[in-house]
Design a binder for this molecule. Sequence first.
Ligand code: SF4
Length: 362
Amino acid sequence: MGADFALIKAYLRNNGWALSRKIKTADLVIVNTCAVVKESEDESVALIKKVQKNKNRSAQMLITGCLPSINKNRLKQVFNGTAVSPNSFQELDKILNTKSSISEIKYTGSLRKLKKNKYAEYRLRIGWGCQGKCSYCAVRFVFGKPRSRPILDILKEYDIAYNKGYRRFILIANDSGTYGEDLNISLAHLLDKLCQKYKECRFALSHLTPNKLKEMLPSLERFIRQDKIWRIYVPVCSGSKRILKLMNRSYDLNDFKYCVTRLRNCNPNLEIKTLFLVGLPSETEKDFLDSLKLAEWLISNNVVTDCIAYSSRPNTEASQMPNQIDSQIKQERLKRLSILCSFFNSLNNNKEELLGISNKIS
Ligand code: SF4
């Protein structure tokens, strides 16, 4: 959502708006929401209430982000004005009566040149949407089917960001492995173009599913070997075969481990990141221990491992599943996995203790 909000900011700047430092003096107030998990939805709702209370009475207020698409009813309870979802930004032209259209924006970063900061990362949007059907996910309702941004469009923004001094680019998409399928090209094709244009630039890939990673690995390996890709984010979500099936993410965990090993062998310095989702309905202690075990293996292979708790999202399959997990058990499991993730350096010392705790909670 950050990349989309940057787009709105650039669009407003292009139409002569300036950022107001104080909410009271703003003529237009935009609250960018997130409702991917229940906690972020609660925070967004609290922010909407706070902004309504503090803004100038005559200021126009807009809601953007995924809350309008994920939980329209909850939004209606606190706000009855205009909301724009990430799939319908073109509506902003009419709502704000702007001279130049949001579709004309080719650069969303800062207008200032970067002062020597070779690690500054530029978020370069390459596509929207996802072809997955994960049972817990509401994001797919927001963006719909995968749509790739045309290469020429991406290259224009890449050019401008390069000239501002950026050399590291995070390629943003909800499902980056599907990039290009609707244009009869591939992610490797895009990477080729980007690498050919500016040889010193490096890239991070966001949101690759384990299945896509397996499929694409042969075409990605040369970029990894040449150190063109510095990070790959591939959320594994669970170490339990049964839970993965319930999530509609039926990949083979041995294949996933094989891919991680191959990536590691390709470039020991590659940053591999993953995420676990804890507490899907019916998750048993045994399922959770499978995740814990997989996390241990990943951590011992230098995979940056993180975790979040499952939260029920409206209209998802998982929200209708029986045996929702008690929130105390969920939080306890989350804590155990978080400890493992955060203190992986001391993993070997703590391993027995962690497994001891896990045996007690069943
Ligand atoms: S792959 Fe990601 S965005 Fe797509 S349905 Fe699954 S969780 Fe949602």
